[in-house]
Design a protein around this ligand. Sequence first.
Ligand code: CO
Ligand code: CO
Length: 328
Amino acid sequence: MAPGDLEKALCGLDIYRAQNVLVGFEGAEDAGVYQLSDELAVVTTVDFFTPIVDDPYRYGQIAAANSLSDIYAMGATPVCALNIVAFPSRNTDLAILRDILRGGADKLREAKVSLLGGHSVEDAEIKYGLAVVGAVHPERLIRNSEAVVGDRLLLTKPLGTGIINTALKKGLVSPGAAAAVEQTMATLNRDAAAIMKNYPVHACTDVTGFGLLGHLAELIENSGVGACLNLEAIPTFPETLRLAAKAVPGGARHNRQFRESMVKLEPGIGEEYVNILYDPQTSGGLLIAVAAEAATALLTALHSGGVNAAAIIGEITAAGGEIIVRRH
Ligand code: CO
Ligand code: CO
């Protein structure tokens, strides 16, 4: 669905909300949060999608990594999960479903998340994902609404999964570049999240379907601040720039229509860069707002912790609701 559609459908509905709800659906946060006690809150999220790669096992891994990501983005620890499956079992080999579920199960094992069950439906189109429950101390929750002017913005994975996957269908991507994107989409945001907890991080979200600018827009709107991005510093997958003019996913256009009134591009920035900034990501990286004086130390820790693509890509400004993109 296009950005904003779900909000329109939910608008005006009388949604029950107990006092214990710390984060509900209305705040455009990554996950909902319900406080159980002074020391414990549960964080819940659900995500599923159609196959994004040909290999069923890889698809299962990516879908699971993507589903867990919202929990990590909130500073929480995922603890248990439920499978969500749509599968055309009447005319498709069950071995394919088994491979998808094995990919998901292996990712959950890596993340030390217990699979407790799930639900499946017969459907013409394969879909897979997970509902995930995480745990966090209520005071250690990291929202997307508390970024502070002067904070540095870090991104932990390269951009371009939507462009590369669109180009892949047109046969325009080298096998090496395709493999790099698959590998990164299947990588958990766990390590990046564990490292960021040791630094004065004020806000975090993960970059997924709305693209970098869409998720940054949510973060600055919720925080009542603005942002400035340094285009040159933003990491992208190999071949993304070359393909960004000819393989634009439909989602990137929707993302742009929805957010371009907030974005000011420095003159001379080409369309291909704009497409990358709005490119919908699958299992994208964390976008972190950290106190300026700790930004370099966090970046160094991310690199030595194996989060090699991490980069400082910009900063939080006082110009509320405005994102300025500079060339460098
Ligand atoms: Co998210
Ligand atoms: Co999500």
